[in-house]
Design a protein around this ligand. Sequence first.
Ligand code: COA
Length: 354
Amino acid sequence: MTATICGTGSYIPSYTMDNHDIAGLVETSDEWIRERTGVVRRHIARDETTVSMAAEAARRALADAGTAPEEVDLILVSTISSNVVLPCAACEVQKELGAVNATCFDLSAACTGFVLAYNTAFAYLTSGVYRTALVIGSESLSNLTNWKDRGTCILFGDGAGAAVLRADAAKEPDDESEAGMAEELPGVGRKNYLPVTHSDGGKGAALTCKSRHDFNSLNGGSRQASNETMLDDTHYMQMDGQAVFKFAVKKVPEVIGEALVLNRMKPDEISYYILHQANKRIVEAVAKRLGEPMEKFPMNLQEYGNTSSASIPILLDEMNRDGRLKPGQKLVMAGFGAGLTWGAAIVEWRGCSG
Ligand code: COA
């Protein structure tokens, strides 16, 4: 059994804040932010919520895949910024879509979240538990951002991306006659690539956010946080930027290398490295360490900033829609972030026929 991405979608809020807007809030400048991060603007949810963005990205992914909501067996939402604690965002998305047959749950692993959600769905599909999965990354990080902290508020943005994964019943070719069919039948001859993922809870202090808000306007728009965290601002994201930077430029190329070795692949077999979009300098450093050309490292962080678990599926959707992705291409998706967590998954692009 194998599984593949059959459709993608994304939703980006229309309201934007550029670097000049940020320079009106904290002591910084457009030049500094561009040079140190690559970010030029970010989109901010105003009327949208994590759930509404997730649902719209999901609708678009289902349309792209030609899949009806009733066909979805699993909805997984990766987020650290869900509207409420209960019910989970995935159940709310199910309600919005009418995906009545789906099992739904959320996954919280910050900026590695989409890769881990993809891996989770892939494991369910390839083991035969489910046939069709909707994997979504959606974030309203603006609600977790301290707009007085120039070390973090320059970086983040809001948005959602989604992918439909479908299991193919066809297996690895067992004999020569089956191998001959590999190009005609979906799934035949395709390899199930294994991901590599890691976590280091001992370094969790590098990126924290101590309590949740209620982002819904149901409580008159008030943001709920404990008195203690309100006093010291720890209910917002707090980050040791240099520690996270050093972690990313070391661990991301390492984990990509591990994934390639595990799957007996060489870097030149990879068409694109779709990295979590955190910082242009991190992407450039990873490319350099892998010895791979920058053309293989697409970026859109200049437009959206760091949208945590939404960044990889948003980029995937852009590349799908503008025709950069071609059937049979091998892609690496690599995430890294709070936890600390990091991981890489190899994807064969859109092998399914539907
Ligand atoms: N605007 C202007 N100056 C700033 C600034 C800002 N927004 N933030 C920091 N500075 C200043 C510092 O005060 C320091 O000044 P000094 O030399 O006079 O002391 C100088 O710029 C350098 O600060 P530093 O913290 O070393 O900057 P940096 O090059 O590490 O860039 C980050 C800061 C946050 C952009 C960078 O560390 C980073 O991107 N880290 C990774 C963060 C990340 O990706 N997190 C999410 C992972 S999922």
